[in-house]
Design a protein around this ligand. Structure first.
Ligand code: BGC
Length: 759
């Protein structure tokens, strides 16, 4: 603690200290005027600033206008941390203008299932991609003196029973999948605050989860900021403070303050623990106060343009039979209510009051002033069936040169606070797409949604499909730019699009029962699952089309062998072989050829987005650090790498590997042996230290043991190879068959073997 803060805390009364640990309103922390401690204002994010003001009528809150950027699904699909940093800077400028000290985002929960209603607010199914994009976002916001709140820590991967569900996750998936993006962002971007989730993880409510909040986040990762509760997530203020929840939001809650005071007085809570929470809170409060905020303006037009730029970079062209980019069409049928009512964000706490909203129909007309555009609504806002709307749309489409179908997954299917029940568009939307495509083969489907949707019923009929996500307030301009080739699409999927819901990794355990969600698929979410099961998917992770083509060549690594703790750099030459300038996302996956524990087939560990002119070649360099080669070892409680070969797979998607390299990890130090009294003969023989010691000792006994078990000279008996049986016996059991020949009891023999191994 700095001396100044220490001195200040020493001047606070117990009541003042307790009050600082509970919000003062929905969005502010308390001030202590006599000691010049200011209040601090927070606001939702993540893809805009939801700065609320009292409506004045005494009934609720109103939200001030702010730029609604595309939501996280699209941001991650840009694969462009530099661009996301610029989005962060723009968000910070709006916070400065609107008087917001801390923006409540980003959300880095994993997309375990496409059904999570809040997937639109989350980046990816892959922790590496999510961690990189989140870090850039945080760095951008915080570079301007505005704080962030990395959320929802941890495992808030569904909305069903989100306040109470107990996410049961084994240690490796917890570390390697569900905590990894948090860890990356905490260690590299240093968010001022981390927001804990509502749910339980492995039996402990997150507000009271000392394992995750205190031991992992604060002690192990060195997080120095404050932990804030999700809104209303605290059950017991004293227990939550002890576990590491520094600030409870929202407030005011005088009873909570009193509970803390009483607990200190009764000795149930050490005052030092309260002081630590206060110190963490004050450190952030003063950091925020160092940059004065409020009463300024921001350049809303520039931010709108940035929202359009990022939207164009994150939309993913999924299919194109050659119709796109459009050009020369004299008449276009523009179909679907989302062409008139842009679907640009999702429902819930992230809902932004936008400064402007671009309308697809208008943006298209602006891009092709000479063309005649005819609009048909096509589908209603609700789930009702309207054959008349379909007939009208098909008739318009049939007489146009091409049809553009704007299909948005409705809010009632996808939002914060409830999960989706299927991957389907509405029945009317599907029937509409089918009818329009039948009437007009030159049809483009433009989708707005936060996570994958089913396409099997109509994909073959559509000439082109653009995944436009929840595209932000300027998304319509990005759609027009991509359709007309002003922008060459370069978004790549940040999640797998499966063939069907029943293929998805969490299908059999979603959404849980009896208060528990059991993460039975373990490490295998997203492409890790489809890879391991050798399953076909609709569109793989990392996939996206361009109007040009790229070739990869000459992959090489800075070294072909490396030692424990080291990393290396991979180089590959990428050439634009088409006739248009465009961006390529080069993806680097690591495959561990042989590991002592299960590992996914391959894992994303690096990527780079580059822009190439036609005919241009660039050498892309992607650095891999030591962590890229390791896995979490539950016994050693550490990230472990093992000697041997690793394949480095360089590709344009997880299913389109273009170049392969092999490198060798050498000289990893021997860790303490895992052998114990329960270990089998096979385990002893496989252990790097046990093998020699045991083989020598056991060679003399093996024949006798087999004979005593009833085997012949070749070890055959009872119609099987008895050596296999012996190999899988505990050594203790095996020794019982040769007890007479042992110098000591089997137990003592094992004890002395173990002593030699551990020596
Ligand atoms: C959401 C958070 C949000 C908070 C404040 C909660 O219900 O889960 O993401 O920041 O409300 O609005």
């Amino acid at each position: 603690m700095t001396q100044n803060l220490k001195d200040l805390i020493a001047q606070l009364t117990l009541e003042e200290k307790a009050s600082l640990c509970v919000g003062d309103s929905n969005w502010t922390t308390p001030s202590v005027p006599r000691l010049n401690i200011p209040a601090m204002r927070v606001a939702d994010g993540p893809h805009g600033v939801r700065r609320t003001v009292s409506s004045g009528s005494g009934s609720g809150e109103e939200t001030l206008p702010a730029t609604c950027f595309p939501t996280a699904s699209l941001l991650a699909s840009t694969w462009d941390p530099d661009l996301i940093r610029r989005v962060g800077e723009a968000l910070a400028e709006e916070c400065l203008a609107l008087g917001v000290d801390v923006l409540l985002g980003p959300g880095v929960n994993m997309k375990r299932s496409p059904l999570c209603g809040r997937n639109f607010e989350y980046f990816s199914e892959d922790p590496f991609l999510a961690g990189e994009i989140a870090s850039a976002w945080i760095e951008g916001v915080q570079s301007r003196g505005v704080g962030t709140s990395l959320k929802h820590f941890a495992a808030n991967n569904q909305e069903f029973q989100r306040f109470s569900i107990d996410a049961q996750i084994n240690e490796r998936p917890l570390r390697e999948i569900y905590l990894a993006a948090f860890e990356k962002a905490v260690k590299t971007a240093h968010p001022w605050t981390v927001m804990h989730a509502y749910n339980k993880v492995n039996g402990k409510l997150m507000s009271e989860n000392d394992d995750l909040l205190r031991h992992i986040l604060k002690e192990e990762w060195g997080f120095e900021g404050l932990v804030v509760s999700d809104w209303g997530a605290v059950r017991d203020r004293v227990k939550s403070l002890l576990a590491g929840t520094d600030l409870e939001m929202p407030g005011p809650k005088p009873r909570r303050v009193r509970a803390l005071v009483d607990a200190v007085r009764s000795g149930a809570l050490a005052e030092a623990a309260l002081d630590e929470a206060v110190e963490r809170i004050l450190r952030v409060v003063f950091k925020a106060a160092a940059t004065p905020k409020g009463g300024m303006s921001f350049d809303d037009l520039a931010h709108h343009r940035l929202a359009a730029e990022v939207a164009a970079q994150g939309m993913v062209l999924l299919k194109n039979d050659g119709l796109l980019p459009l050009g020369g069409q004299k008449s276009l049928a523009v179909i679907g209510r989302a062409a008139q009512e842009a679907h640009f964000q999702g429902g819930g706490s992230s809902h932004i009051h936008p400064t402007h909203v671009s309308i697809p129909l208008e943006a298209l007309q602006a891009r092709c002033p000479g063309a005649h555009l005819r609009y048909a609504e096509g589908y209603p806002a609700d789930d009702s069936s309207h054959p008349d709307l379909i007939a009208e749309a098909a008739a318009i489409a049939a007489t146009a040169d091409a049809a553009l179908l704007f299909i948005a997954l409705p809010d009632w299917k996808e939002s914060e606070s409830y999960d989706r029940t299927d991957l389907d568009l509405t029945a009317q939307q599907v029937a509409l797409i089918q009818a329009v495509c039948a009437a007009q083969p030159r049809s483009v489907v433009i989708l707005n949604n936060g996570s994958s949707v089913a396409m099997g019923e109509w994909l073959d009929q559509a000439a082109a499909v653009l995944e436009a996500w929840m595209m932000g307030q300027a998304g319509a301009e990005a759609v027009a730019d991509i359709l007309f080739g002003v922008v060459n699409p370069s978004g790549r999927l940040s999640e797998t699009f499966p063939l069907g819901l029943e293929d998805t990794p969490a299908y059999l355990s979603w959404p849980g029962e009896l208060g528990r969600a059991s993460y039975d698929e373990g490490l295998y979410i997203g492409y890790r699952w489809y890879d391991a099961r050798r399953m076909a998917v609709r569109f793989p992770f990392g996939f996206g089309l361009s109007y040009t083509q790229f070739t990869y060549s000459n992959a090489r690594a800075s070294k072909t062998s490396f030692n424990e703790g080291e990393g290396l750099t991979v180089f590959v030459d990428v050439t634009n072989t088409g006739s248009l300038a465009g961006c390529e996302v080069v993806q680097l996956y690591v495959h561990d050829a042989e590991a002592s524990l299960h590992r996914p087939e391959k894992e994303l560990k690096g990527f780079a987005k580059i822009k190439l002119q036609p005919g241009e070649t660039q050498t892309v360099a992607i650095a891999l650090d030591w962590r890229a080669f390791t896995f979490w070892h539950p016994t050693y409680q550490d990230w472990v790498g093992e000697d041997g070969e690793f394949e480095l797979l360089i590709g344009a998607s997880s299913a389109d590997i273009r170049q392969r390299l092999s490198v060798t990890l050498e000289n990893c130090h021997l860790r303490p042996s895992l052998l114990n009294e329960e270990s089998t003969v096979r385990e002893w023989l496989a252990d790097p230290r046990g093998a020699d010691i045991f083989a020598e000792f056991f060679a003399a006994l093996q024949g006798q043991a087999l004979a005593n078990m009833g085997g012949d000279e070749e070890g055959q008996g009872m119609g099987m190879n008895m050596l296999d049986l012996l190999m899988d016996m505990r050594v203790l059991s095996a020794l019982h068959f040769v007890e007479d020949g042992l110098p000591d009891t089997p137990e003592n023999v094992i004890a002395s073997l173990l002593a030699r191994v551990q020596a």
